[in-house]
Design a protein around this ligand. Sequence first.
Ligand code: DGY
Length: 320
Amino acid sequence: MAKPSILVTRRLPEKVQARIARDYAAEFNDDDHIFTSDELLRRCAGKDAVLPCHSEHFTAEVIDQLPDSVKIIANFSVGVDHVDLEAATRRGIVVTNTPDVLSDATAEIALLLTLGAARRASEGERLVRSGGWKDWSPSFMVGTQVTGKTVGIVGMGRVGQVAAQRFRGFDMQVRYHNRSRLDPAKEQGAVYHPDLDDLLGHCDVVSLHCPATADSRGMVNADRLARMKDGAILVNTARGALIDDDALLEALTSGKFAAAGLDVFNGEPGGDPRYRELENVFLLPHIGSATVDTRNAMGDRALDNLDSFFGGREPGDRVA
Ligand code: DGY
């Protein structure tokens, strides 16, 4: 039987590409450029499947123009906000993601951002590198201690739960907001707040771990930021779309907030250039899942979903 044909939109880890080449008739993107929608559609011609990353935008318009041959979009990502799931369902296209395997790596970055923002790590590093470090004094580079403080997890899914575990390693009290309360056995003492507004005022650090959906876009707005404690720290490893940038920039420049740690942005790559002007923001380029182990595992998970689909089984990580 002919191997299913598949478009792989970005260069994946070598081991993953080798597995794809063994099992599928694959078209790869050797120079790893980002496809425009036109190129994406052109390359999908005659393919049975697409294996994209969050860098390709499967809007309703794109999905409506996909050739009938495309039966599944098997994402190399846990987030699926780059795919219009309703449009895919309408066209009978299956969509899968890669949950679980990036929870540890992403939680590590949430902790890195928290500590980096709280302890002014990038500001200090820039000072040493530039040769501007002239002295030590009791008031030099004084930051915020997070040990023993309270962290609020917004979105207590897989990544949120691992992050909570890591924050506990700093003796932090964990509170959380989620659509529904966790099974108490999984809470490990974390305090549930059904109302997000109520959570915010209790927390020294707020860490975002929820997907970008129609409901959550812009949820960190001026009103919510005003509810947070003075001197609080906001950390985002989820999606930039959760944050109203104007409101966060105001909180960071007015002195309301101590700092923010951001790995994801509206308008990636790059994000809002105004963040780059501020010392009290710790910035990373969307590297939550960027470890060798995790990227290999994401590839395997995406391929397991494809293997199930083409083997006549229900893919384990079907989201539409
Ligand atoms: C994900 O998997 O959603 C990460 O943000 C990388 O795309």
